[in-house]
Ligand binder design. Structure first.
Ligand SMILES: Cc1ncc(C[n+]2csc(CCOP(=O)(O)OP(=O)(O)O)c2C)c(N)n1
Length: 637
């Protein structure tokens, strides 16, 4: 690998020289259908799972014929066939994915473990704590392996942690653990084999700390100046490959001839595999865009309700509150999908902070309606792990505000995995959002714009009970990660006719609340009610009110239609102004519909401040306080 790197025949490379016994021994100790979440030094995982070398070379060259169509580098890819889920650059999130795949095995009552690696540096990440805690609390058969090679990038372990041994951390999680010599492939193999049996029999996780040393720099360019020379001398005597060879010679398993024979065979194999043709990629923009999302299955048995124009009446409906429509959509989805798992804080017996899942435990059992520890990041990661195993997951954020502590998993893992190596992230995150209830800066935010900026996610934001139910069902049926926003202030204040049956409203389709000619209000969520109330109070005005319903993807056809009708556009949202979705919509209209505009596009948004607690301050903060002013300004332009 070092030679190829110098020749420019592989891209960035993190050497595992000195640590080979861990990845190899651990992988060989597992069954081939057990998931492994490896890291940047774990070539041995990939070779021990018999990934063809030529395809690995193609991957490292960024070839279209590698494992990620040239979209990922080094080991940042996976292969379902090999049950390997490669890391993202961020250290830590891979650990919770193993919780998810292990949960899948547990739910199916299969005798399988999952295994995740971390370095010593990575144990300082919150994700390490969360993943171990969730695995312990949920009794998941996960093996966590720490490769303790003494250093992070250059940071020695005495600047990384204060406990004597990392393995000591296990007791804090109520987990069994062992520290072993990571440079002895037989100890690694035997230990992992025994631990695997333990995890399966006892349905428990286990922590193994493998003591080892990194013989090269963090990556080749970073050098090793910060490492005392004597450490290299000490550890080169413990080289895992040389020592294993010596041991096999001593035991007469090998002799000098057979060693030579093995070496020659390997060299020939490597040289042959290296002859592979690396085809140049010709970028295909359409394909690049298409592969960001998984394609939904043909929807049998699902009625699609098209209520996108005003005046459509829906058959077999009964009056439901916003909250009850969500509850019904979720309940029917649980009936339709036996592989759907709900996870969230206090969602089981307690029924969730807003009581949406009240009674679900009785109907579907605790295995499928799961109370979670306060570990947002690990739960999003577990949801992705479940998805790797063919499950669907809905996670309830207790409040949309708390998504910040699960942000990395959503933005970097859920959103990107399909584009990176073709895996769907079949996960819905329910986001009780919005202000108007005097809940202060951390229980009131409208944070949808954070997610609209992330290719790979879908962002749905219903404003009526019928849309809330139909869009939730559609989100759960969609194989892509969907951020489903539900406005808390609408839960019990808004009612309307909702079909009793199981149905979908199409994601990505806006809806007219009113049709008019004087001025368009393009909005969503609480904004729809503000706009509609305004229109009711001003029957003299002919307002066109468009409820976007989905923010990613946007319904550009509907937006254009509204612009063509009125020529005067007001974008209204509860989110703050700068960087809000209104800016994006305004830019699109100017670019594509300029000739239809009779006035500048105005944006009526909430103040660019955190959300104040005092109800008068909150009212003043919200966009609704300025709606009348903006409408008049635009009408009189
Ligand atoms: C969340 C995060 N922070 C920082 C980095 C940058 N980084 C990459 S590797 C590394 C050191 C990792 O050390 P360790 O976990 O001990 O693993 P090792 O490289 O020694 O195998 C750092 C800081 C990262 N990839 N992810």
């Amino acid at each position: 690998m070092l030679v190829l790197l110098r020749q420019g025949r592989i891209s960035k490379w993190f050497s595992g020289i000195g640590q080979e016994a861990i990845a190899t021994g651990a992988t060989l100790a597992l069954q081939e259908d057990e998931w492994i979440m490896p890291l940047h030094r774990n070539l041995g995982v990939f070779t021990s799972r018999k990934m063809p070398l030529h395809k690995l070379f193609l991957q490292w060259q960024g070839s279209a014929d590698g494992y990620s169509s040239g979209r990922e580098r080094s080991f940042h890819f996976g292969s379902r066939q090999h049950h390997i889920c490669g890391m993202i650059s961020h250290l830590g999130p891979q650990l919770a994915l193993a919780d998810g795949t292990a949960l899948a095995s547990k739910l199916r009552q299969e005798n399988r473990v999952s295994l995740a690696f971390t370095g010593d540096g990575g144990t300082s990440e919150g994700d390490f704590h969360e993943a171990l805690n969730v695995a312990a609390v949920w009794d998941l058969p996960v093996i966590f392996i720490i490769e303790n090679n003494g250093y992070g990038l250059s940071t020695p372990v005495n600047e990384q942690y204060r406990c004597e041994n990392l393995v000591d951390k296990a007791v804090g999680y109520g987990m069994s653990s062992v520290q072993i010599d990571g440079n002895n492939v037989l100890s690694v193999y035997d230990t992992v084999k025994g631990v695997r049996d333990f995890c399966i029999q006892n349905q428990k996780p286990y922590l193994i700390e493998c003591m080892t040393f990194r013989m090269r720099g963090h990556e080749e360019a970073s050098g090793t100046k910060y490492v005392p020379k004597e450490l290299f001398e000490e550890w080169s005597a413990k080289d895992p490959v040389k020592n294993y060879e010596m041991y096999l010679l001593q035991q007469s398993v090998l002799n000098a001839d057979s060693v030579n024979h093995v070496r020659e065979e390997l060299k020939r194999y490597i040289d042959d595999e290296l002859k592979v043709d690396v085809k140049k990629i010709i970028p295909d923009t359409e394909l690049e865009l298409k592969d960001v999302y998984a394609i939904a299955d043909a929807r049998n048995r699902v009625t699609i309700v098209d209520n996108s124009s005003p005046g459509i009446t829906i058959a077999n409906s009964s009056e439901k509150r916003f909250i009850d429509a969500i509850k019904e959509g979720l309940h029917q989805s649980m009936q339709m999908h036996p592989n759907l798992i709900l996870m969230g804080q206090d969602i089981a017996e307690y029924g969730g902070a807003f009581k949406i899942t009240e009674g679900f435990v009785t109907d579907f059992g605790k295995a499928r309606v799961r109370n979670t520890p306060l570990c947002e990041s690990a739960i999003v990661g577990s949801a992705l792990g479940l998805s790797l195993e063919g499950f669907k997951a809905v996670m309830e954020m207790q409040f949309a505000d708390f998504v910040t502590v699960g942000f990395n998993q959503i933005i970097n893992n859920l959103a990107k995995i399909h584009y990176r190596w073709g895996q769907p992230a079949d996960v819905v995150i329910r986001m009780p959002a919005g202000a108007g209830v005097g809940a202060g800066p951390f229980h009131s935010q409208s944070n949808e714009a954070w997610f609209v900026h992330t290719p790979g996610l879908k962002v749905v934001y219903p404003s009526s009970p019928v849309d809330a139910k139909g869009l939730l069902i559609a989100s759960i049926n969609d194989p892509n990660p969907v951020m489903y926003f539900e406005h808390k202030a609408l839960y019990r204040s808004v009612s309307g006719p909702v079909p009793d049956e199981y149905f979908e409203i199409e994601i990505g389709k806006a809806k007219w609340i009113r049709e008019g000619e004087e001025l368009s209000i393009i909005t969503y969520g609480a904004g729809v009610h503000w706009a509609n109330d305004y229109a009711t109070k001003h029957p003299e005005l002919s307002l066109d009110i468009l409820d976007l319903r989905t923010l990613l993807p946007l319904d550009y056809v509907a937006i254009r239609k509204s612009v063509e009708k009125t020529g005067k556009i007001l974008i209204l949202h509860e989110d703050t102004l700068i960087g809000g979705i209104g800016g994006e919509i305004a830019a699109w209209i100017i670019e594509h519909c300029f000739e239809f505009l009779d006035a500048p596009i105005l944006r009526c948004a909430s103040l660019d401040t955190p959300i104040p607690f005092n109800i008068e301050l909150e009212k003043n903060f919200l966009a609704n306080a300025r709606l009348d002013e903006y409408i008049k300004k635009l009408l009189h332009y």
